[in-house]
Design a protein around this ligand. Structure first.
Ligand code: SME
Length: 148
């Protein structure tokens, strides 16, 4: 799907639903319209760890809680910066969830500069995420910040 069009649709979803339903609906929307996004989850910061919220994918992950600072997810939560990993097998921080995953993107969700959660997406395709995905998902993270 076209990124601009997706942004508009996501804005509509966020207007229509209450907070918890809205976040789960965005996960569903992204999973349905971006076929290269094979697993999508929203982690929320709870004290010194990340706790998995709504997710969509073929399989459940065993990493439902991740300490801040651990893995790609924990790194992004610690620095507040987007992590785009072209080849997960080459990143020593990587915590494996699915054997099929080749690339990953983690985008922090921030409120007043504080990380409150993140969008985590795994792809079975190597180098699946482009600079366009980074920009798009950072916008979605900003929109989600108002609903968490
Ligand atoms: N790969 C992540 C863990 C979460 S799973 O991808 C769902 C990481 O390295 O932090």
């Amino acid at each position: 799907m076209d990124y601009k069009e997706a942004e508009k649709e996501i804005k509509k979803i966020l207007k229509k639903f209450n907070h918890s339903t809205a976040v789960a609906s965005i996960v569903d929307f992204l999973y349905t319209h971006f076929p290269q996004y094979h697993w999508i989850g929203i982690y929320l910061v709870d004290g010194n760890q990340l706790v998995l919220g709504p997710w969509k994918g073929k399989h459940a992950t065993e990493h439902t809680t991740i300490p801040i600072g651990k893995g790609i997810c924990g790194s992004a939560a610690m620095t507040g910066k987007t992590e785009r990993i072209d080849d997960v097998s080459k990143d020593a921080r990587y915590l494996s969830c699915f054997i099929s995953t080749r690339s990953e993107i983690v985008v922090p969700i921030k409120k007043e500069n504080k990380v409150i959660g993140e969008i985590d997406i795994d792809s079975d395709i190597p180098e699946a995420f482009t600079q366009q995905d980074v920009k798009f998902l950072e916008k979605i993270a900003d929109m989600l910040a108002k609903h968490i």
